[in-house]
Design a protein around this ligand. Structure first.
Ligand SMILES: *Cc1c(COP(=O)(O)O)cnc(C)c1O
Length: 394
């Protein structure tokens, strides 16, 4: 099955555009501009050149021989998004959207960030494309992620502290929306995952699709056939949608998303919007969310900062509901174990987010026979996480 949003930007019951009236025309303008560039050869060439010469694409598909042999089962391949400039897949999207903003004649980019990873990727893309950049960030997050704040400032971005509510990501989202409403003429709002009102989930998936396109060619080169299983971690869902999309019609390829179970799904402290959430509206979209019975958004939790988001992209919610994508979860503890195993066996320190997918790949490999092929989307590198891991292990 291929999933396409309908004319209201809906994927089944999910998605849509839940935005104030003043933003509706801005979303339409954005949709038109995105349609324009989708058929524009020169835009594609410009983005391709940046992806190759600036971001470092294509990223390798690496056969993790030591890891595979340890469990004696399936062959595990790693799609090395950790080698993208900046250390994660996020730059694929920020480069695409900054280039789009430029084509629309916008001079100023705004974004929100939780842990700072999306803020850094946005600041990089804005710097290389000579756009002004302001990033909203909760004061609680600023305190926890000082290094990323400094990185953004070095890259020329202005970091705007948000001191309202819980002083974290959801409050930063509200502030960015407010800024966009006020400055919609010259400002482009850059969302970091396949979330938000239509057309963002569609656009971000299209900019991340390069991961799956490359993977398809690379696995055919290496093995002469498609993989049996593809596994990706899920925060908002962009690295998962990016690697899954070009395999959706190949029903023999099993697609598995791994959410953050944090301290356990029963503990209530997790980030598993699909596995343990309910339906509602957040961030301009209808999707699966973490909320209480009054519709108040709950604080999500994961020790992996990039999975700590109380919602998920509508297209992924739809694919999970339809059964095409299987959703599972991994706890902090399980993930930490996979983080150490991959570091030791392959000399690759994965991001804590990606280590969720590595954990589930190991479990799958144990169950499957030697003929089986598993691809893991290694969405990012773990250098950013070593202080936290040192504290937990210490
Ligand atoms: C941000 C991030 C994620 C989660 O975002 P998705 O949109 O779900 O991909 C996963 N891995 C890494 C390394 C990240 O930085």
């Amino acid at each position: 099955m291929l999933s396409r949003p309908d004319e209201h930007g809906k994927y089944g019951i999910y998605g849509g555009k839940f935005a104030p009236e003043v933003l509706m025309s801005a979303l339409e303008e954005l949709e038109e501009a995105f349609n324009d560039i989708s058929n524009d050869k020169s835009f594609k060439e410009e983005l391709d050149l940046l992806l190759r010469t600036y971001a470092g694409r294509p990223t390798p598909l690496y056969f993790a021989k030591n890891l595979s042999e340890t469990y004696g089962g399936a062959k595990i391949y790693l799609k090395r998004e950790d080698l993208v400039h900046g250390g994660a897949h996020k730059l694929n999207n920020t480069l695409g959207q900054c280039l789009l903003a430029k084509h629309m004649g916008k001079k100023r980019i705004i974004a929100e960030t939780g842990a700072g990873q999306h803020g850094v990727a946005t600041a990089m893309a804005a710097a290389v494309l000579e756009l002004e950049c302001e990033v909203y960030m909760g004061t609680e997050d600023i305190e926890r992620q000082k290094l990323n704040v400094f990185r953004m400032e070095l890259l020329g971005a202005k970091v705007n502290p948000v001191d309202s509510g819980s002083k974290t990501l959801k409050d930063a989202i509200n502030e960015s929306m407010r800024d966009w409403v006020t400055n919609v003429e010259d400002t482009y709002y850059l969302i970091g995952s396949v979330v938000g009102p239509h057309p963002y989930p569609l656009m971000v998936r299209e900019f991340q699709r390069i991961i799956g396109k490359e993977t398809r060619e690379q696995i055919l080169d290496a093995e002469g056939r498609l993989p049996d299983t593809i596994i990706a971690c899920v925060g908002g869902g962009s690295n998962a949608m990016g690697i899954f999309y070009d395999f959706l019609e190949k029903e023999q390829v099993e697609l598995i998303g791994v959410e953050a179970a944090g301290k356990g799904l029963e503990s209530g402290e997790h980030g598993a919007s699909i596995c343990a959430g309910t339906e509602g509206v957040l961030h301009g979209m209808y999707s699966k969310l973490l909320q209480d019975k009054h519709g108040q958004i709950k604080q999500s939790y994961s020790f992996a900062p990039g999975l700590d988001y109380p919602g998920v992209g509508p297209e992924l919610a739809y694919l999970a509901q339809s059964g095409r994508v299987k959703m599972v979860s991994a706890t902090d503890e399980e993930t930490l174990n996979a983080f150490e195993i991959l570091s030791r066996k392959e000399g690759i320190i994965p991001a804590l987010e990606s280590a969720h997918a590595v954990h589930y790949a190991i479990e799958e490999a144990k169950r499957k026979g030697e003929e089986s092929l598993i691809v893991v989307n290694l969405s990012g590198r773990g250098d950013k996480d070593i202080f936290l891991v040192e504290k937990v292990l210490g």
